[in-house]
Design a protein around this ligand. Structure first.
Ligand code: BJW
Length: 234
């Protein structure tokens, strides 16, 4: 079984989504796809840090919701369970999920733009922006995947292989607009998996799905356990 999650799975924890509900996330007058882009990193690294510092401070005060907790329980219920997320908030791991494939990185890490050494942000973080790499003195950047950047080496390939071999694929809380993440359910479907979408709104993926459950992740996911999944046509 493979589960792909997006910003909607964290919405009930209080993490703002990027799209959905007819709106687009904006910061200091800039739409997220401008500030969260490789171009902005080139143009204004300090401003990119300010955007991620702002969001990290919000996220650190939030806690996993019923959807994260339900998915953490699925690890032990399904033999070959893979959780793939586009989220950078780390809430799946905080709920107890293991081996989460984080396609778009993690907001609590930084990475050297010169030598690629990674750092956990936190105690030693003195708010020098951009921070300097302790290994080579290069500038650090948030360890997240911005528009126009490649995903972490191997992350998509591992997820795609799991999508190709899974029998059941849940797609939860994503607008399914951003590639290559949105290709995972397409790969699963074309390899014969049963694909279920959980989202209050329809997405470009809805028509491809075998089942669309229109609802909030924190309400829908706790209703599934292994028996109910086996008993239903899922
Ligand atoms: C609920 C709910 C509740 C609300 N319960 N649900 C093929 C075709 C066209 C373009 C491309 C392509 N391949 C690649 C591209 C370019 C680009 C792309 O996809 N563009 C499209 C948007 C047009 N992709 C990339 O650039 C990627 N890189 C790449 O492909 O590298 C190769 C390459 C390099 C150079 C050139 C070309 C190719 C990288 C993408 C990185 C995305 N990064 C971001 C920002 C991360 C950092 C940050 O957080 O700021 O990732 S963008 C943003 O979107 C973030 C998210 O992870 C991602 C997906 O959003 P998500 O999770 O779906 O959230 P929303 O807000 O969109 O939707 C929320 C959903 O939840 C809604 O549906 C609600 O209804 C629902 N919801 N409450 C359940 N309670």
């Amino acid at each position: 079984m493979l589960v792909l999650t997006g910003a909607g799975v964290s919405a009930e924890s209080g993490v703002p989504t990027f799209r959905g509900g007819g709106g687009t996330s904006v910061w200091k007058g800039m739409p997220f796809y401008v500030i969260s882009s490789a171009e902005m990193l080139e143009r204004d690294l300090k401003e990119v840090w300010a955007w991620f510092d702002y969001r990290r401070e919000i996220i650190e005060k939030l806690v996993p919701n019923a959807a994260h907790i339900a998915l953490a329980g699925w690890h032990d219920r399904f033999d070959d369970f893979t959780l793939v997320t586009q989220n950078i908030d780390g809430l799946h791991a905080r709920a107890g999920s293991r081996n989460v494939i984080e396609l778009h990185g993690n907001i609590r890490r930084a990475r050297c733009m010169h030598c690629s050494t990674r750092y956990e942000l936190g105690e030693q973080d003195e708010k020098e922006r951009p921070p300097a790499c302790l290994e080579c003195g290069g500038a650090l950047r948030p360890d997240v995947v911005l528009f126009g950047e490649m995903l972490p080496a191997g992350a998509f390939e591992t997820a795609a292989a799991k999508a190709q071999s899974c029998e059941l694929c849940f797609v939860v809380g994503t607008s399914a607009l951003v590639y290559p993440a949105a290709a995972l359910p397409e790969i699963a479907r074309s390899s014969g998996a049963y694909v279920v979408e959980v989202n209050p709104e329809r997405t470009p993926l809805s028509d491809l799905c075998d089942e669309v459950i229109q609802g909030r992740a924190g309400e829908v996911l706790p209703m599934f356990d292994k028996d109910s999944i086996n008993e239903s046509k899922i």
